[in-house]
Design a protein around this ligand. Structure first.
Ligand SMILES: [Zn+2]
Length: 302
């Protein structure tokens, strides 16, 4: 017996299944075409304390904070790093170090210890710059996020639901036209891997063992802005203590275009994967300057 209406129903349903499954499995069903619409599916995206924001050197409050401590950042991972094109960015999970635990940060305004979980990037296009944070009115070419989970919570998903759940280190990059005038071994490895990550869901395992500190190059780790904000992708949970370094790292004009060749889930170029600026509201932005540390030391010596 044949029931055309039912057949038709099942055909439609089967056609939709992959989308339904994808929507349910995680929160990857957002698009940078319409970030203003995120709040309709993810209410926190329309809430308070959102990121990214514009940071002004002049308006930030200088504070004499202790430095951030980078635990195990310079120790090798016990496993090779596998980078994946997830359709919104390229991302890798941070492996444990040879000591069996992941690198972590503490210090500064952080009361607890935050384990490094994952690293990903935001970028623009051949026509526009694509950092998420804007510094002194300037958007940069690329922004790297190292996402850390407060180790009193077991998973990132759990950490997201707490005010003190997550800290992110953000590094801005500026394209430079010089040759190999700078040496950034970890970053070069990551940028080279992009040629293997063109399609959605493709992965590539780096051939060399890395440590997390090598992604920071020779950045001045003592000079940063810090404020309370959110994840910049859905669910936009306001659970993040942001650390945006004032120092900007170089990226070669040969490396940056490799980001523009990546493709998303719909095989379209994966470009401009940055969220628009959010309102600062009344949030204070603190600036830890290394010279304050020096001044304090001078006071102590006197
Ligand atoms: Zn990010």
């Amino acid at each position: 017996m044949h029931f055309p209406a039912i057949d038709d129903f099942y055909q439609r349903f089967l056609f939709l299944l992959p989308f339904v499954a994808n929507f349910r499995s995680d929160d990857r069903s957002f698009s940078y075409d319409d970030p203003d619409m995120w709040k309709f599916s993810y209410p926190k995206c329309g809430g308070l304390d959102q990121s990214p924001i514009a940071i002004s050197n002049r308006k930030a409050l200088p504070v004499a904070l202790p430095p951030l401590e980078f635990g195990l950042y310079d120790d090798l991972f016990d496993n090779l790093v596998t980078i994946t094109n997830n359709g919104h960015s390229v991302e890798f999970e941070v492996p444990a170090t040879i000591y069996g635990v992941r690198p972590y940060v503490t210090g500064g305004l952080l009361v607890d210890c935050y384990e490094a979980e994952a690293v990903h990037f935001h970028w623009g296009s051949p026509k526009s710059k694509g950092s998420e944070h804007v510094l002194d009115g300037r958007r940069f070419d690329l922004e790297m996020h190292i996402v850390h989970r407060n180790n009193k919570y077991l998973t990132l998903r759990e950490a997201e639901t707490h005010n003190d759940g997550i800290t992110v280190l953000a590094v801005l990059f500026k394209v430079v036209r010089t040759g190999p005038a700078f040496y950034q071994p970890g970053l070069s490895e990551v940028f080279s891997s992009l040629l293997h990550l063109g399609n959605f869901n493709s992965s590539y395992t780096l051939p060399e063992q890395l440590n997390l500190g090598s992604l920071l190059g020779n950045l001045d780790r003592g000079n940063f802005f810090t404020y309370k904000g959110s994840l910049t992708t859905p669910r936009c949970s306001p659970a993040v203590q942001w650390h945006v370094f004032a120092d900007v790292l170089p990226i070669s004009h040969r490396e940056l275009p490799k980001f523009w060749q990546l493709r998303d889930q719909r095989r379209r170029p994966l470009l401009n994967n940055f969220r628009p600026l959010q309102s600062q509201e009344n949030r204070p932005i603190f600036h830890r300057k290394p010279f304050l540390e020096q001044q304090l030391q001078e006071v102590i010596w006197l």
